[in-house]
Design a protein around this ligand. Structure first.
Ligand code: NAD
Length: 246
């Protein structure tokens, strides 16, 4: 999976899955722009881990929900590394609750971050990738984007949107040398699931055929494959990583 000389931008890399994706890419030789929005301390921790394994990373601040921020992030990447080969749209938020109880503020922030965020940054980087006729865009979706989850109607809708954005754009860009794929994780051990009580965690684990939550590295390993030449004939796909849950 040699990614030597490749440059990646990973959004929401200050913790959780984004941090693990960053480390997986670094271990394969990629240079990584570590995006964060508010959690500067978390981003510094990710960079420290990158440095500890001798990797080449740098921090780029920005809110994916803002198109202007996305253009700035892209420009910073180009200024630092001169090119961008891999984009991982990982930043996301979740809000659990009855749809009818959700505020419009919550609904808008889910859509603006999870769906518009991926669209914004992809739109900002695509002309550069087209001009180089090379690029791998990897969107982190969710298994709930495949089937929908009760009490996560808007979250599921945003991830379903990400899945179709992936499938459609992959077809549109195939002849331009740009591949677009998505990973739909199941339940992964991050702070996104910290609202679950230990009883709820146990009950959920029992529903998963593999009997446990996934780890961020499980997603990072697939990102590396989708970013590498080993997956050169794979585009427009949504790959589910859920321990057999769905
Ligand atoms: P997390 O909450 O640990 O990390 C999310 C990251 O995204 C954080 O660094 C956060 O600061 C960042 N972020 C949020 N809004 C942002 C914005 N507007 N701009 C830039 N960064 C922003 O969550 P996680 O579990 O690591 O989730 C990562 C991705 O994986 C998300 O897209 C999530 O929907 C998806 N996912 C997670 C699970 C799971 O079980 N953890 C399952 C399926 C999908």
């Amino acid at each position: 999976m040699d990614l030597n000389g490749k440059v990646a931008l990973v959004t929401g890399a200050s913790k959780g899955i984004g941090r693990e994706i960053t480390l997986s890419l670094i271990k394969e030789g990629a240079m990584v722009a570590i995006n964060y929005r508010n959690d500067e301390e978390g981003a510094n921790k990710t960079l420290k881990l990158v440095n500890e394994i001798g990797g080449n990373g740098f921090i780029v601040k920005g809110d994916v929900a803002s198109y202007d921020n996305c253009v700035s992030m892209y420009n910073e990447c180009i200024k630092k590394f001169g090119k961008l080969n891999i984009l991982v749209n990982n930043a996301g938020i979740s809000k659990v609750g009855l749809f009818m109880d959700m505020s419009m503020e919550d609904i808008n922030s889910l859509i603006d971050t999870n769906l518009k965020g991926a669209i914004n940054l992809t739109h900002a980087v695509l002309p550069h990738m087209v001009s180089r006729r090379e690029g791998s865009i990897i969107n982190i979706s969710s298994m709930w984007g495949n089937v929908g989850a009760s009490c996560e109607a808007i979250y599921s809708s945003t991830k379903g949107g990400v899945n179709l954005f992936t499938k459609a754009l992959g077809k549109e860009m195939a002849l331009s040398g740009i591949r677009v794929n998505a990973i739909a994780p199941g339940v992964i051990n991050t702070s996104m699931n910290s609202f679950l009580s230990s009883e709820e965690k146990l009950a959920l684990e029992e529903e998963i055929p593999m009997g446990k939550f996934g780890e961020g590295k499980d997603i990072g390993d697939l990102v590396v494959f989708l970013a590498s030449n080993k997956s050169k004939y794979i585009t427009s796909q949504v790959i589910t990583v859920d321990g057999g849950y769905l």
